[in-house]
Design a protein around this ligand. Structure first.
Ligand SMILES: [Zn+2]
Length: 135
Protein backbone atom coordinates (compact mmCIF):
# COMPACT_ATOMS: atom_id res chain seq x y z
CA UNK A 1 0.00 0.00 0.00
CA UNK A 2 1.06 3.52 -0.75
CA UNK A 3 1.35 5.50 2.46
CA UNK A 4 0.53 9.20 2.69
CA UNK A 5 0.83 11.30 5.81
CA UNK A 6 -2.39 13.18 5.09
CA UNK A 7 -4.25 11.04 2.63
CA UNK A 8 -7.80 11.10 1.31
CA UNK A 9 -8.90 8.93 4.26
CA UNK A 10 -7.54 11.51 6.73
CA UNK A 11 -9.51 14.35 5.16
CA UNK A 12 -12.64 12.22 4.92
CA UNK A 13 -12.40 11.49 8.65
CA UNK A 14 -11.97 15.20 9.36
CA UNK A 15 -14.99 15.97 7.20
CA UNK A 16 -17.03 13.26 8.92
CA UNK A 17 -16.41 14.79 12.35
CA UNK A 18 -17.74 18.13 11.10
CA UNK A 19 -20.75 16.62 9.33
CA UNK A 20 -21.60 14.93 12.61
CA UNK A 21 -21.66 18.33 14.34
CA UNK A 22 -23.98 19.67 11.64
CA UNK A 23 -26.53 16.96 12.41
CA UNK A 24 -27.40 18.69 15.65
CA UNK A 25 -28.49 22.11 14.44
CA UNK A 26 -30.29 24.27 16.96
CA UNK A 27 -32.42 27.36 16.15
CA UNK A 28 -30.31 30.07 14.53
CA UNK A 29 -30.54 33.43 12.86
CA UNK A 30 -28.34 34.37 9.91
CA UNK A 31 -26.22 37.50 9.46
CA UNK A 32 -27.41 39.07 12.67
CA UNK A 33 -25.85 40.53 15.76
CA UNK A 34 -26.90 41.94 19.08
CA UNK A 35 -26.12 45.53 19.94
CA UNK A 36 -26.74 47.44 23.15
CA UNK A 37 -28.42 50.79 22.58
CA UNK A 38 -29.06 53.47 25.23
CA UNK A 39 -32.26 55.48 24.82
CA UNK A 40 -34.54 57.98 26.54
CA UNK A 41 -38.11 56.78 26.93
CA UNK A 42 -39.97 60.07 26.60
CA UNK A 43 -41.33 60.19 30.14
CA UNK A 44 -40.30 63.65 31.44
CA UNK A 45 -40.16 62.35 35.05
CA UNK A 46 -37.92 59.35 34.28
CA UNK A 47 -34.28 59.04 35.41
CA UNK A 48 -33.25 58.80 31.76
CA UNK A 49 -33.89 62.53 31.34
CA UNK A 50 -30.98 63.15 33.76
CA UNK A 51 -28.67 60.99 31.67
CA UNK A 52 -29.34 57.52 33.10
CA UNK A 53 -30.53 56.15 29.79
CA UNK A 54 -32.33 52.83 29.33
CA UNK A 55 -29.98 50.23 27.88
CA UNK A 56 -31.54 47.51 25.79
CA UNK A 57 -30.37 44.95 23.31
CA UNK A 58 -31.41 45.19 19.70
CA UNK A 59 -31.01 42.69 16.94
CA UNK A 60 -29.46 44.04 13.78
CA UNK A 61 -29.84 42.04 10.62
CA UNK A 62 -29.24 42.69 6.96
CA UNK A 63 -31.75 42.14 4.18
CA UNK A 64 -30.71 43.08 0.65
CA UNK A 65 -27.71 44.99 1.98
CA UNK A 66 -29.94 47.12 4.18
CA UNK A 67 -29.50 46.90 7.94
CA UNK A 68 -32.57 46.58 10.13
CA UNK A 69 -32.89 46.83 13.88
CA UNK A 70 -35.38 45.12 16.14
CA UNK A 71 -35.89 45.45 19.89
CA UNK A 72 -35.19 42.33 21.95
CA UNK A 73 -37.33 41.85 25.07
CA UNK A 74 -35.13 41.37 28.15
CA UNK A 75 -36.39 37.83 28.77
CA UNK A 76 -35.37 36.80 25.24
CA UNK A 77 -31.81 38.18 25.35
CA UNK A 78 -30.17 34.85 26.26
CA UNK A 79 -32.24 32.90 23.73
CA UNK A 80 -31.48 35.23 20.84
CA UNK A 81 -27.80 35.30 21.79
CA UNK A 82 -27.88 31.51 21.29
CA UNK A 83 -29.44 31.93 17.83
CA UNK A 84 -26.71 34.33 16.77
CA UNK A 85 -23.98 32.03 18.10
CA UNK A 86 -25.51 28.93 16.50
CA UNK A 87 -25.37 30.53 13.07
CA UNK A 88 -21.69 31.36 13.61
CA UNK A 89 -21.04 27.72 14.57
CA UNK A 90 -22.80 26.41 11.44
CA UNK A 91 -21.04 28.93 9.22
CA UNK A 92 -17.63 27.91 10.61
CA UNK A 93 -18.38 24.22 10.01
CA UNK A 94 -19.51 24.88 6.42
CA UNK A 95 -16.31 26.82 5.79
CA UNK A 96 -14.17 24.00 7.21
CA UNK A 97 -16.02 21.30 5.25
CA UNK A 98 -15.52 23.28 2.04
CA UNK A 99 -11.80 23.55 2.83
CA UNK A 100 -11.63 19.78 3.42
CA UNK A 101 -13.52 19.05 0.19
CA UNK A 102 -10.86 20.99 -1.72
CA UNK A 103 -8.12 19.04 0.12
CA UNK A 104 -9.90 15.77 -0.76
CA UNK A 105 -10.14 16.76 -4.42
CA UNK A 106 -6.47 17.70 -4.57
CA UNK A 107 -5.27 14.62 -2.66
CA UNK A 108 -7.50 12.29 -4.68
CA UNK A 109 -5.71 13.31 -7.86
CA UNK A 110 -2.28 12.85 -6.23
CA UNK A 111 -3.14 9.39 -4.88
CA UNK A 112 -4.81 8.24 -8.08
CA UNK A 113 -1.71 9.18 -10.05
CA UNK A 114 0.54 7.39 -7.53
CA UNK A 115 -1.60 4.25 -7.65
CA UNK A 116 -1.56 4.19 -11.44
CA UNK A 117 2.21 4.54 -11.42
CA UNK A 118 2.69 1.37 -9.36
CA UNK A 119 -0.17 -0.52 -11.01
CA UNK A 120 -2.60 -0.44 -8.07
CA UNK A 121 -6.35 -0.32 -8.80
CA UNK A 122 -7.80 3.19 -8.50
CA UNK A 123 -11.45 2.16 -8.03
CA UNK A 124 -10.72 1.43 -4.37
CA UNK A 125 -9.81 5.08 -3.92
CA UNK A 126 -13.09 6.17 -5.51
CA UNK A 127 -14.96 3.87 -3.13
CA UNK A 128 -13.22 5.50 -0.16
CA UNK A 129 -14.21 8.92 -1.47
CA UNK A 130 -17.83 8.01 -2.14
CA UNK A 131 -18.27 6.26 1.18
CA UNK A 132 -20.75 8.04 3.44
CA UNK A 133 -19.80 8.55 7.04
CA UNK A 134 -21.33 6.00 9.39
CA UNK A 135 -24.29 7.39 11.31
ZN1 LIG B 1 -36.86 56.66 30.79
Amino acid sequence: MVKFTKNVRFYIRQRGARLKQLRDIKPFIASSSMVKIARVCGNPNCKCVKGEKHENYYLTYAIKKKTHTRYIPIDLEDEIREWVLEYKRIKKLIKEITFLQLKILKQYKVEKKARKKIGQPTDELLNILKQREAK
